[in-house]
Design a binder for this molecule. Structure first.
Ligand code: NAD
Length: 286
């Protein structure tokens, strides 16, 4: 048996199309063009690619995008001042600071991210948005886990009542994924680096989310036959070779459905960012 392959591009195209229609509506009904500012500090080559992809997606959808490139030597106060300016700019509805920040200011990442107006926090990392997610009234939700839920819905995969297991407990993926799945009535277990007997737990999963950042760690014997496997991991194992956290070639023979890497969850993240820019714009014109 070979699993159904959940290609990110198919779902990303649907998410973007619905965002594009909403952008058009915002322009026609309210005369407002959604605007996104992406701040990039320093010269990290991977970050530069991510920022380019985000700006390209904005262009495709009619969202105004502003790439704010700041030098490696930028101080914490200079960055905070830039965020304050963007918070006050009515043409900018979404702000994100591309991570990681340079070593000199990395320790202040939390303070810097928390300076973003929660209504413009399109990454969904601000404590106000985290609190809303946890208490069940989500506003702006982290793009990667939100994209996974959207994909399950678009693929017609039921979440309600399912046994879900997440490997990874980060603020960006694992924790928000827990709350999103729980809100949709799954029974969720979160595993992490201190979890004992991991395979015993993952084998119970009807929906298995791998978000640990360990190349091909999840082997076929860790997967319940027929399970839906969502591989969030992106691991560079050679200059031009990316793999996920799941051993795809073996897992595809056991799973019922599975996302590939590359070509899976990564594409959903940018699409969901566009959706969050639309949501943020709506929050601000209310
Ligand atoms: P992280 O390093 O912040 O967290 C990793 C988590 O995995 C931790 O909670 C840790 O406890 C857990 N873990 C590590 N080793 C483990 C083990 N042996 N057994 C069980 N749990 C273990 O990572 P993150 O930011 O959540 O990212 C995870 C992966 O997802 C990375 O590969 C990252 O590149 C990828 N990612 C992809 C996207 C996307 O758009 N597709 C977005 C964000 C992150």
């Amino acid at each position: 048996m070979s699993a159904r392959i959940l290609y990110g591009k198919d779902f990303a195209a649907q998410i973007k199309e619905s965002a594009r229609r909403e952008v058009e509506e915002l322009k026609n009904k309210f005369g407002v063009t959604p605007g996104l500012a992406v701040i990039i500090v320093g010269e990290n080559p991977a970050s530069q690619i991510y920022v380019r992809n985000k700006n390209k997606a904005c262009e495709e959808l009619g969202i105004k995008s502003e790439a704010v490139a700041m030098p490696e030597t930028t101080t914490k106060d200079e960055l905070l001042k830039k965020i304050d300016d963007l918070n006050a700019n009515p043409d900018i509805h979404g702000i994100l600071v591309q991570l990681p920040l340079p070593d000199a200011i990395k320790a202040h990442s939390e303070e810097i991210l928390n300076r973003i107006d929660p209504r413009k926090d399109v990454d969904g990392f601000h404590p106000v948005n985290v609190g809303k997610l946890v208490t069940g009234s989500p506003a702006l939700v982290p793009c990667t886990p939100a994209g996974c839920i959207e994909m399950l819905d678009l693929a017609g995969i039921e979440i309600d009542g399912k046994r879900a297991v997440i490997i990874g407990r980060s603020n960006i993926v694992g924790k928000p994924m827990l709350h999103l799945l729980m809100a949709r009535h799954a029974t969720v277990t979160v595993c992490h680096s201190h979890t004992k007997n991991l395979p015993e737990i993952t084998r119970q999963a009807e929906i298995l989310v791998a978000a640990m950042g360990k190349p091909k760690f999840v082997t076929a014997d860790m997967i319940k036959p027929g399970a839906v496997v969502i591989d969030v991991g992106i691991n560079r194992i050679a200059p031009k070779k990316l793999v996920g956290d799941v051993d795809f070639d073996a897992a595809v023979e056991v799973a019922g459905a599975i996302t590939p890497v590359p070509g899976g969850v990564g594409l959903l993240t940018v699409a969901m960012l566009m959706k969050n820019v639309v949501t943020a714009t709506k929050l601000q014109i209310k």
